[in-house]
Ligand binder design. Structure first.
Ligand SMILES: NC(=O)C1=CN([C@@H]2O[C@H](COP(=O)(O)OP(=O)(O)OC[C@H]3O[C@@H](n4cnc5c(N)ncnc54)[C@H](O)[C@@H]3O)[C@@H](O)[C@H]2O)C=CC1
Ligand SMILES: CC(=O)[C@H](N)C(=O)O
Length: 346
């Protein structure tokens, strides 16, 4: 149904289609008549599956190629092009870009903050060598390159409330170090070679898909546990405030940023966010809909990571330069998540 609507609106022209997608906000996407061919690396993770679905609805199923090193679920495999791509294999990536005539590269492959600390050498390879490969590839084939960064690119010496777009960045995880590296390398390639590098620093992203080993994952796990059992044991202290965003805002931020004309961008790396809350505040909001909820707290090593991250993220530069605005606050996100997860379990 969504696909049929998308086709209908697309046939009406850019303006109408964009209005339909954004509801109240008309966003001009000049790519609709000649859709880009998009490769997503690490596409079987929490964000990749959703981003692929979102972009396929806009640009057509065949134009968005999902890739990863793991075997896809049947539904993912049947939903559109899926190929094996190891981001450590430069020649293999070259072959994919050439064979599939890729225009945009969305680079999601990474080891997240908590899992990265458990295997630093692998995180260095995937998060740093992987970026070297995709950035060279993007330069060689003149691709538009999106690499997400994170609130984890800041550290204890950064101002935490709020954390501005430009400030001191001394992260204390290999994940954060690798993301600062990607931000700086991307900016360098933009200035030195004119590479169309784009990077958003996302906060914790909340969706019903399983997260990949981060510090903000509690805000996803709590919904699954509470809706199944009524209970949740949180690995962060109840007062740990972190910036967050619902998946639908994340998808729209990524797309709106990708189609913003280069002339409007005053920088290549932007903070984006939607809300900030603590586990205690999240539990209280869920309790409005699931009154029997019982949450206990047992902080582990992820507490130290969270304590070094921003509490409130200042994304005013994105709001000024390309009109970024979120639509989901904590209440709207909680009701959407409860609906999403109830549908999954029914
Ligand atoms: N989920 C979140 O809350 C946030 C995510 N991000 C960034 O967004 C991107 C995607 O995040 P998620 O989907 O949550 O991560 P995830 O951990 O769920 O997925 C990462 C994917 O990378 C793949 N991968 C690992 N090694 C690979 C290799 N050698 N070659 C190809 N693929 C490989 C994995 O198989 C996995 O499917 C990451 O770069 C992450 O840093 C940034 C901020 C917040
Ligand atoms: C905020 C992120 O980058 C990620 N979800 C993590 O917690 O590692």
């Amino acid at each position: 149904m969504l696909r049929q609507m998308s086709r209908f609106f697309r046939s009406c022209g850019t303006r109408v289609y964009s209005q339909y997608l954004n509801n109240s906000y008309i966003f001009q996407d000049p790519n609709l008549n000649d859709p880009p061919r998009i490769l997503i690396t690490g596409s079987l993770g929490q964000l990749g599956v959703e981003v692929a679905r979102f972009l396929r609805d806009i640009y057509g199923r065949e134009n968005v190629i999902m890739s990863d090193i793991i075997k896809p679920r049947k539904e993912v495999f049947n939903d559109g092009p899926y190929i094996f791509a190891d981001i450590l294999d430069f020649k293999g990536l070259q072959e994919i870009v050439v064979t599939h005539r890729i225009d945009w590269l969305i680079h999601f492959s990474a080891l997240l903050s908590a899992i990265g600390e458990q295997n630093v050498p692998l995180a260095v390879r995937v998060n740093i060598e992987g970026v070297h490969n995709v950035i060279e590839l993007a330069k060689q084939y003149k691709l538009k390159l999106f690499i997400p960064s994170t609130i984890g690119a800041f550290g204890p010496e950064s101002p935490r409330n709020p954390t501005p777009n430009i400030t001191i960045q001394r992260p204390k995880t290999i994940y954060g170090v690798s993301k600062v590296h990607a931000e700086l390398l991307g900016e360098y390639y933009f200035h030195r070679y004119g590479l169309d590098f784009r990077c958003l620093r996302f906060p914790g992203v909340i969706s019903s898909d399983p997260p990949g080993g981060g510090t903000t994952d509690y805000a996803v796990a709590i919904f699954h546990d509470v809706l199944r059992t009524g209970r949740f044991e949180c690995y962060l202290r109840p007062d740990t405030r972190l910036p967050m965003m619902y998946i639908k805002d994340c998808l729209r931020a990524l797309w709106e940023y990708m189609v913003t004309p280069a002339a409007k961008l005053k920088r290549r790396v932007y903070n984006v966010t939607a809300m900030s809350f603590t586990p205690e505040e999240l539990a209280a909001t869920i309790a409005k809909y699931v009154p029997e909820i019982k949450v206990t707290y047992r902080p582990d090593s992820r507490q130290q990571i969270a304590d070094s991250w921003p509490q409130v993220f200042d994304d005013s530069a994105a709001r000024e330069d390309w009109s970024w605005h979120h639509k989901y606050d904590i209440d709207k996100m909680v009701t959407a998540m409860i609906d999403d997860i109830r549908r999954q379990y029914n």
